[in-house]
Design a binder for this molecule. Structure first.
Ligand code: ADP
Ligand code: TYD
Length: 229
């Protein structure tokens, strides 16, 4: 990777399955693009051809029998490729990268499995991300009954993946793990109450992002709506 300084901004969306991350990313991307901001919206696991191949292995449950450490390494391998082939280049080009899940999902999902060595996870993290850390992480917080209900509605068209099959107790542990991360890193993380309407949550996110990055957005050269990088 080149050592060119990164000029863009990296915003990650985290939270339980069904908390509304992809819905809110689509909304924020449209709003930022309308303001002339170059946006790259991406997701994990996946976001690059190599990482998408690994996505299938982890979400199908094919790696479950190998244990949580192997699953953590597979998520990290996908992230390693995604960071180097998509996220870092986009940041160097000055884009706002909006990413559906990142490091905190490994901490919350794999990290909340009893018995997993946290030092192991920290070493994997350090080896994965080429020093790239989110500028802002929005943690969409919902009670587990709300996210489970949204998922069961969404699922009519789509079968549950390896992690969505888990029960209420595991959903609660992950939710708490996200809240603990936010408490440990209050400068980077903001917890959003994601149990309201799509519009209410969207406005809150938009206000927050414009409050934090509005000045630099206003200094961007005027661009045509939706123009490419
Ligand atoms: P995630 O990406 O976090 O898994 P999605 O954005 O895919 O969540 O949302 C899961 C389901 O819930 C979708 O069917 C979506 O339309 C719906 N949904 C998202 N946000 C809300 C909300 N605030 N209120 C009600 N339903 C929502
Ligand atoms: P996805 O269908 O992308 O779910 P969502 O729409 O809720 O984001 O599936 C990703 C699943 O993988 C989700 O259940 C969380 C899990 N996951 C981990 O367990 N660890 C990780 O590091 C990542 C990135 C995802």
């Amino acid at each position: 990777m080149s050592d060119a300084p990164r000029r863009g901004r990296f915003i990650t969306f985290e939270g339980p399955d069904g908390s509304g991350k992809s819905t809110q990313i689509r909304r924020l991307a449209a709003r930022l693009e309308a303001l002339g901001v170059p946006v790259v919206a991406t997701r994990e696991p996946g976001g690059s051809p190599g990482a998408d191949a690994i996505r299938h292995i982890v979400l199908s449950g094919a790696a479950e029998e190998m244990g949580v450490e192997t699953e953590a390494l597979l998520f990290a391998a996908a992230r390693y490729d995604h960071v180097r082939s998509v996220i870092a280049p986009a940041l160097r080009d000055g884009a706002f990268v909006l990413c559906d899940r990142f490091l905190d999902s490994t901490r919350a999902y794999q990290g909340s499995v009893p018995g997993l060595d946290q030092a192991f996870l920290a070493e994997v993290e350090a080896a994965t991300t080429a020093g790239i850390r989110p500028d802002l992480t929005l943690i969409l917080d919902v009670p587990s009954d709300v996210s489970l209900k949204r998922l069961s509605e969404r699922r009519s068209a789509d079968a549950a993946d390896r992690f969505e099959k888990d029960g209420d107790e595991i959903f609660r542990a992950r939710r708490q793990a996200f809240l603990d991360i936010a408490a440990r890193e209050p400068d980077r993380c903001v917890v959003i109450d994601a149990s309201g309407s799509i519009e209410e949550i969207g406005r809150q996110i938009e206000d927050l992002v414009l409050d934090r990055f509005g000045e630099e957005i206003s200094r961007l050269p005027i661009r045509r709506h939706g123009s490419a990088l």
